[in-house]
Write a protein that binds this ligand. Sequence first.
Ligand code: SAM
Length: 259
Amino acid sequence: MTPVEEQHTEVIDPVRGAVDRTTSSEVRELWNRESAKYLARSAALRDFPLPSEFLPRPGEKVLDAGCGSGNCVRMYREITPDVCGLDCSDAMIRAAARCGTAVQGDVQRLPFINASFDYVASQLVINHVVDSRGALAELSRVTKPGGRIVVAVPNWLSCVSPMRVVMLKLRRYGLGRCRHYTLSTLRREGSAHDLVVRRATAVRKLPTARNWLRAIPTWVGYELDQLLHVFYPLWGGDLAVLFEKRGALGGDEDRDGLP
Ligand SMILES: C[S@@+](CC[C@H](N)C(=O)[O-])C[C@H]1O[C@@H](n2cnc3c(N)ncnc32)[C@H](O)[C@@H]1O
């Protein structure tokens, strides 16, 4: 066991192997190459504009599955101390280890025992994997009943989708594989794994107005960002969904939180 795994013996699955390195070397290599871009963008990504109810609560045990360079691990640790990042890429996991606990593994076969976490985040990850339903099943498996899962995926209904699809094809990004989702797809796939949608919002991991307009003072860029939020349902490139896992809920557990 690595020192990180030793710290997490209570959640690491002894049967699956402490750390699952089964992700194909092709996929690992792809994300190792992508890591340079993520590290360069890390300052911008820290501003991920999720509403507060999408964030973990103090005292919760948190997993960030597909944590990339660890920006969210660092952000979540400002809220609660028990945060674990997981990623398949060697380069990403090295960067994430500077932000907190980081375990190498595959989101399609998480190396944790059932019901290990109160809150699980997986942003822009399941859209890249071969078995995205299997990944959602795994996220659900490691979440405690009544726990929350935040999944962000490319938003099919965004006005930036056509442009992004063309760019992905040109760059063969994600080995040419990057799914786009609608809310109803995620709702259907989640309900197969005991997950009920509580809230959804369009978000954006594209460059912010602040980054485009670096030349002007930060607060002006911030105000412009706020203005652009008004158009998120149309322009938000990504869709974030807050799921609650069935089990510890009251009588309304099957009722979707959305209109
Ligand atoms: C688009 S990045 C998103 C990173 C981070 N969640 C964020 O929002 O900034 C996708 C991340 O998922 C990781 N990833 C891709 N396939 C994976 C898999 N099968 N298991 C675990 N991580 C994976 C990649 O290494 C990469 O760090």
